[in-house]
Design a protein around this ligand. Structure first.
Ligand SMILES: Nc1nc2c(c(=O)[nH]1)N[C@H]1C(S)=C(S)[C@@H](COP(=O)(O)O)O[C@H]1N2
Ligand SMILES: [Mo]
Length: 464
C-alpha cells in the first residue's frame, strides 16, 4: 500500500493543551541529521554571530561548553586566526575534471531522508527534503523530495514518446527532440505533496520540519506550455473541459486537470529543472508542472495527455487524495494547495545555544498566487510581528521570510501565519478542524508551532 495512505487516521481530540509536548515516535529521533544544524556548528553564519557575541562579552562565561568546533577563547587569541591553516600555505586541488560537482564533505548531514514513521517499501516510498538546512527558495535538485508510487526509472529519452489525443483534430506523438525545438519558458514554482504535514492531523509529533513539511520543494522548471501542444493537435477547447495526464511508470498515475488551468498557459510539459534536465527521481525526461496544484498531478515520466469533456475519476482522484469531511462525505478534486507557511529555523530538533539574537526564518507559499504577508509570533499567537519577505515574491512559488528575534532564554512558542494575495489567511488547527474535522490525511495547511525550551531545545508542539 502506498506510504502516503498508511498515515494513521486521526483519533486525536481537538489538539492538545497549549504548548504541551507530544511524544515523538521513537524511530524518528534522528540526532545525527538534526542536532547537527546548531550543535555541530552546521551554520558558519551562526558561528559568526556567536563568535561576535562572545568577543563582545570577552572574559565572561559567554560560551557555553558545548563541544563547538570553534570556541572563541576568552584570552590568548583564536588559533584559527593566529595559525595559518594548510589551505593558506599550500597548493589546492586542480579543477574537478572528474565530472559532476558535489557538496563539501562537511555538509554530509544535509540529506533527504525517509520517515521511520511511514510504511517503507522499495517501490512505494517518500523521501523528505531537509528544509531546516536550506537557504533562499530553490531546492537543490539532489535534495528535492521524492514520492514514487511504483519506484523510479531512468528512462531513455531517445525512446520516450509524448502523445496528445482525445478531443483533438489530429492526435500527435512527439519525440523529446521535437518537444525541445518548440518555444519554451522557465518558471520558479513550488511542488507540495497533498499528504505533506499529514502526520500532524493525527497529532503525531514528528520531531523535525524535514518530516513535518519536507514533501515540499521548489525549482526553476523549463518546458513547453501544454496549451501550445494542444493547439498543435487542434484540441477542441470548447468541449474539452479537462485533460487527463498519464505517466509511463507502472503506477498508472493518471490525473484530471481542468482546461482552464491549461489554457492560462501555466501548465508546462517540462524537461528542465534548475538549469539542467530533470533528475530521474523527478520524472526524467518529461513531467507535467501544474503550478499551485498538489504534487500528485505533476505526473512524472509523462507519456500522454488526453482531452475530454468530463473528469475521469481515476483511482488517484476517486480513492486517494480525497478528504473525509465532518459530515462523512468525501471531498474530491481539491487540487489547489492552500496558503501555508512554516518556520524552518528555529525548528524541531534544533538547539539554541545562548540567548540573544536569532534570525527567525522560514518559507511561505500559496497555490492561489503570490504571498502577500507573513506574520511571526514567538508567544504562541498572542502577539504577531510582520516578517520581511525576501524578493523575488513569485506566483505559486516558495517565498522566504525573516524576522529579527532576541531570545531571552525563556520558553517561547514560535509560529508563522501566511496570507496570500487573495486575502486568504493560513488557519490555526482549531479553525482548520472546524471546517475539515479530524479524520483527514491530506491538505493540512495549519499554522505550525515550535516550542523553544529554556534549555534551548526546540520541540514540535500542537496548539489547539
Ligand atoms: N508517473 C508518476 N508521477 C508521479 C508520481 C508517481 O509515482 N508516478 N507521484 C506523484 C506524487 S504523489 C507526487 S507528490 C509527486 C512527487 O514528485 P517528486 O518525486 O519529483 O518530488 O509526483 C507525482 N507524480
Ligand atoms: Mo503526493
Amino acid at each position: 500500500m502506498a506510504a502516503e495512505h498508511a498515515l494513521p487516521p486521526s483519533e486525536a481530540p481537538e489538539g492538545v493543551a497549549r504548548g504541551r509536548l507530544r511524544k515523538a515516535p521513537e524511530g524518528f529521533i534522528d540526532r545525527a541529521g538534526v542536532r547537527a544544524v546548531f550543535a555541530e556548528g552546521r551554520h558558519g553564519r551562526r558561528d559568526f554571530i556567536r563568535g561576535a557575541f562572545a568577543a563582545a562579552l570577552a572574559g565572561t562565561a559567554a560560551t557555553r561548553a558545548s563541544g563547538q568546533a570553534n570556541p572563541v577563547p576568552a584570552e590568548g587569541g583564536d588559533p584559527n586566526i593566529l595559525n595559518l591553516p594548510a589551505h593558506s600555505r599550500g597548493l589546492g586541488q586542480p579543477v574537478a575534471t572528474d565530472g559532476y560537482g558535489k557538496p563539501s564533505r562537511y555538509e554530509a548531514n544535509v540529506q533527504r531522508r525517509q520517515s521511520p514513521g511511514l510504511t517503507q517499501t522499495a517501490q512505494s516510498s517518500v523521501s523528505f527534503a531537509p528544509l531546516q538546512s536550506l537557504f533562499g527558495i530553490v531546492t537543490p535538485s539532489g535534495l528535492h523530495f521524492e514520492r514514487h508510487h511504483q519506484g523510479w526509472w531512468d528512462v531513455d529519452p531517445s525512446r520516450h514518446r509524448f502523445m496528445v489525443n482525445g478531443l483533438v483534430k489530429k492526435p500527435m506523438v512527439f519525440t523529446m527532440d521535437e518537444l525541445m525545438r518548440l518555444p519554451s519558458v522557465s518558471r520558479f514554482h513550488f511542488i507540495e505533496c497533498g499528504a505533506n504535514t499529514g502526520m500532524e492531523w493525527g497529532n503525531v509529533a514528528v520531531p523535525t520540519v524535514q518530516y513535518s513539511h519536507g514533501m515540499l520543494s521548489c525549482s526553476e522548471f523549463t518546458g513547453v506550455p501544454l496549451i501550445t501542444l494542444l493547439e498543435m493537435a487542434g484540441a477542441d477547447l470548447q468541449a474539452g473541459k479537462f485533460v487527463l495526464a498519464e505517466g509511463a511508470d507502472g503506477s498508472s498515475m493518471t490525473r484530471t486537470i481542468p482546461m482552464g488551468l491549461v489554457a492560462s498557459g501555466q501548465v508546462l510539459v517540462a524537461y528542465g529543472q534548475n538549469g539542467e534536465m530533470l533528475r530521474p527521481e523527478n520524472g526524467y525526461p518529461l513531467r507535467l508542472v501544474v503550478p499551485g496544484v498538489q504534487g500528485v498531478s505533476w505526473v512524472k515520466y509523462l507519456r500522454r495527455v488526453e482531452v475530454g469533456d468530463q473528469p475521469w475519476a481515476t483511482k488517484d482522484e476517486a480513492v486517494h487524495y480525497i478528504d473525509l469531511m465532518p459530515d462523512g462525505m468525501h471531498r474530491q478534486y481539491s487540487s489547489i494547495q492552500e496558503c501555508k507557511s512554516v518556520v524552518t529555523t528555529p525548528s524541531g530538533g534544533q538547539v539554541l545555544l545562548d540567548k540573544g539574537f536569532y534570525n527567525v526564518t522560514g518559507l511561505a507559499w500559496s497555490g492561489r498566487g503570490r504571498i502577500k504577508r507573513v506574520d511571526v509570533s514567538v508567544d504562541g499567537g498572542r502577539n504577531w510581528r510582520t516578517a520581511r519577505l525576501e524578493s523575488p515574491v513569485q506566483d505559486k512559488c516558495l517565498t522566504r521570510f525573516n524576522l529579527d528575534w532576541a531570545w531571552d532564554g525563556r520558553p517561547a512558542l514560535i509560529q508563522s501565519r501566511a496570507m496570500d494575495e487573495t486575502g486568504y489567511v493560513q488557519p490555526t488547527y482549531r479553525r482548520l478542524r472546524e471546517v475539515r474535522g479530524t479524520r483527514s490525511i491530506y491538505h493540512n495547511n495549519a499554522i505550525q508551532s515550535w516550542l523553544v525550551q529554556d534549555n534551548g531545545e526546540v520541540k514540535n508542539v500542537q496548539l489547539s
